[in-house]
Design a protein around this ligand. Sequence first.
Ligand SMILES: NC(=O)c1ccc[n+]([C@@H]2O[C@H](COP(=O)([O-])OP(=O)(O)OC[C@H]3O[C@@H](n4cnc5c(N)ncnc54)[C@H](OP(=O)(O)O)[C@@H]3O)[C@@H](O)[C@H]2O)c1
Length: 338
Amino acid sequence: MTPPARILVTGATGAVGSAVVRALDAAGHETHGVSRRGGAGPRRHAWSIGAQEPPATLRGPWHAVVHCAGDTRWNLPAERAEAANVGPLKALLTATGAATHFVHLSSSYVTGLRGDTVSEVPDDYRNSYEWSKAAAERLVHALRDSADIVRFPIVMGARADGFLDRYSGFFWLPSALCSGAVPALVAEEKGVMDMVSTDDVAAHVVRLLADGPPAGRRLTVLGRGDRARRVDETFDTVRNALNSWRAEHGVPALDRLPYVAPEQWNRFYLPFAEEHLDRGQLTRITALRAYQGYLSVTEPFEVTDRVPDTALVLHRSIRRWAETHEASARRVPRPWGT
Ligand SMILES: NC(=O)c1ccc[n+]([C@@H]2O[C@H](COP(=O)([O-])OP(=O)(O)OC[C@H]3O[C@@H](n4cnc5c(N)ncnc54)[C@H](OP(=O)(O)O)[C@@H]3O)[C@@H](O)[C@H]2O)c1
């Protein structure tokens, strides 16, 4: 596909979609971005996909559609996760002609606990997010003869400066460390935590579109794979980044938290905590549970496209988070039990 192609990007105000729009614009394409609330600037439109008909200006044909819209929250009830991650995709696939190059963004975690996306049973996945994203991949297979499916793991900001348009998911961690919301890191210390930069995903999408639509359904998986950082290295990078920012702002350094293996936590600490902690502490502990699965991945993802190292990207993204969330980054953790 040669520029300028007419391309629709959904989720264009999100962490990933914003970067994809910038990269496609920079490649010389005529990029139209949609999100529920719309965005500032020309060719930025409001469209709640699945809930509304597309505005007249957004009817096709499109050379390409890049579907970045979604809800990455891990703790939604199943029907809400499905409405967020499957419903809009179905509406989009139905409205998109067969000649359009369709690119669907998915997650490396989509293979859940079984290692594939075949199962429709929620218990085969860590949470409703994975379950709904697996259903979305199956839908792409069912409704399109040709499409790109792109999986990638946790997304950090731009390689140059850590910039992100929106913070979600993982950025619960620096916030929790600064507020003292977690008494211990419930994680497999030597587990793997794969990451990419928004730049990696955006550049990959630009390349796929330049190559043109695949002959069938093409799956690519981005990440560091077996060279991904370990959980303990990741936590150290996060803490070092926060502490470097805190030192510059006269805020005391954060201590290293102890690790507790997830099984140990669930069997011994949690029942004890449920008996002895106050409601606020218990709410935070319960919220923490949603993240446990992600901190306990011991098998690296098999990647088709290995991205450059992400340690510096993580450091820069956390510093950037601190700069943009100063009140949270300045907090001094209150010891538990006081
Ligand atoms: N972030 C990660 O770490 C990560 C990792 C792996 C895979 N992914 C995948 O990457 C994709 C993008 O994630 P993200 O982190 O960029 O998400 P995000 O920052 O939460 O942004 C979500 C975007 O989708 C839009 N949106 C949601 N539902 C919509 C609907 N029904 N109609 C129109 N727009 C809708 C939102 O618009 P409003 O703001 O107007 O609501 C927003 O622009 C998702 O498919 C996600 O599963 C993300």
